[in-house]
Design a protein around this ligand. Structure first.
Ligand code: HEM
Ligand code: MYR
Length: 419
């Protein structure tokens, strides 16, 4: 029997305050200080194990060792996630629900999404040519809300757009906030669940008939592992698990604009519009820029790993941002370099801005392909199908605020279609 090693530990009672102060870099700073990818600390009033790195990601996604039940913080459920959605499930129940999500991601549906995304960019480009300045982050939110609803089979009236856009943005901008801002996020979730819940009811009554293979259709009629229809509320949570994150791609579009402005030499390399170049650029945007900082799970049963003891029930977090910036996995990780992927290969556990592992067995983001395709269409428009000027603005972004967004939200001036 091998001996048990004691896990490096961050001394002190509770480190929640430092985590709020240091944001995306908290885990990385502590890991460096302790010289260990695995350490123990106290956060939000409980003992927590912190993991970072590819090997550690492989451990975190071992479903014999970790479960998600009871892992997502309440304040994240009240805003971003909702209750009893796919993110909180384990085992058979998770597989059945996740298969429903992945049934939306077939090649025909993704092709349709790309065509719809290009259509939405065409429409925005026409509008922008008539305007002096445009705010890329805000404009992308509206573009993506229209796209999300069109693709998901959610009817959206023109006069509802501003209101729904504002509410959905709150869902992903407020999970890590406090006080009034967080309260607004909770209100927004109640409103959005009521809106989509009402539509689910109409579909079930036959008053609204979405196309097959859309999220509205799939979740209105999805049956769980016991053969039961989802409640209206849970069906609404799952449709929102499609619509909300598509709108959240606005953050990546703002960072894509940021990268194009900051790296004109990389922007030039995209002029042939080759798929591989677009792909490498957006992968590098997802690797470098901060977005989803980390995620949490709980130890399923006592086990030992590399001689460290993991006790049943212990909250364990995996550092997504830190793994994407790990110098053992990436050469010069702080440098924006899309060409790195010619030599540095992507595995299910090293590039994890949207989680790692397998789509069905694990909680890896169901919308990673959607994100990549929408980002590539958007990059092609920004780099190759339009010209713009960049007025003076503060393009810096915080590594403390979660989620991080460029301060100026990326302002473009004198947008023109490229012939
Ligand atoms: C899960 C990030 C876009 C749908 C996740 C997870 C992360 C993530 C970190 C959890 C992974 C884990 O815990 O292992 C992001 C980011 C996005 C994005 C940064 C960029 C905007 C999307 C899109 C969709 C989507 C566009 C849908 C079209 C989902 C779903 C889950 C999920 C359904 C839950 C999967 C499960 O629990 O099995 N995402 N995501 N996401 N994402 Fe995304
Ligand atoms: C989405 O699912 O809407 C896309 C990503 C949104 C990112 C929001 C960032 C805040 C998440 C904090 C989560 C901490 C979990 C323990």
């Amino acid at each position: 029997m091998r001996e048990t090693k004691s896990m490096p530990k961050l001394e002190g009672k509770d480190h929640t305050a430092s985590m709020l102060r240091e944001g995306y870099q908290f885990l990385r700073n502590r890991r460096r200080g302790l010289h260990s990818n695995v350490f123990e600390t106290h956060l939000l009033g409980e003992q927590v194990i912190c993991l970072s790195g590819a090997k550690e990601a492989e451990l975190f996604y071992d479903t014999d060792k970790f479960i998600r039940k009871g892992a997502a913080p309440k304040r994240v459920q009240q805003t971003l996630l909702g209750e009893k959605g796919v993110q909180t499930l384990d085992g058979e129940a998770h597989c059945v629900r996740k298969e429903a999500f992945m049934s939306l991601m077939g090649p025909e549906q993704i092709q349709q999404l790309k065509e719809m995304a290009a259509g939405q960019w065409e429409r925005k480009l026409r509008d922008w040519e008539q305007q002096g300045e445009v705010n890329l982050y805000e404009e992308a939110q509206e573009l993506l809300l229209r796209l999300a609803c069109q693709w998901a089979g959610v009817p959206l009236k023109e006069k509802e757009i501003k209101e729904k856009q504002e509410a959905i943005v709150q869902l992903f901008e407020t999970p890590a906030t406090l006080g009034y801002t967080h309260w607004k996020g909770k209100k927004a979730r109640e409103e959005m669940e009521e809106w989509i819940g009402g539509l689910i009811k109409s579909v079930r009554k036959g008053d609204l008939i979405p196309f097959e293979g859309t999220a509205m259709h799939v979740f209105s009629f999805h049956r769980d592992e016991k053969g039961k229809l989802l409640s209206e509320k849970i069906a609404a949570v799952e449709v929102l698990n499609i619509v909300r994150p598509i709108v959240a791609i606005a953050i990546y579009i703002a960072f894509t604009g940021h990268a194009l402005i900051q790296h004109p030499e990389e922007a030039k390399k995209l002029s042939s519009g080759k798929e591989k170049d677009l792909q490498d650029f957006v992968q590098e945007v997802r690797r470098l820029y901060p977005f989803f900082p980390f995620n949490a799970a709980r130890v399923k049963e006592n086990f030992k790993w590399e001689d460290y003891e993991f006790k049943k029930g212990t909250l364990t977090i995996l550092d997504f941002y830190g793994t994407n910036h790990d110098p053992k996995l990436w050469n010069n990780p702080e440098v924006f370099n899309p060409s790195r992927f010619a030599e540095e290969s992507i595995t299910p556990y090293n590039l994890i801005p949207q989680g790692g592992g397998d789509y069905i067995q694990n909680h890896r983001c169901a919308g990673e392909w959607v994100t990549l395709e929408v980002m590539k269409v958007s990059l092609d428009y920004l780099a190759n199908r339009m010209t713009f000027e960049v007025p003076a603005q503060d393009l810096s972004y915080s590594l403390v605020d979660i989620p991080s967004i460029p301060k100026s939200e990326v302002i473009l001036k004198h947008v023109k279609r490229k012939n």
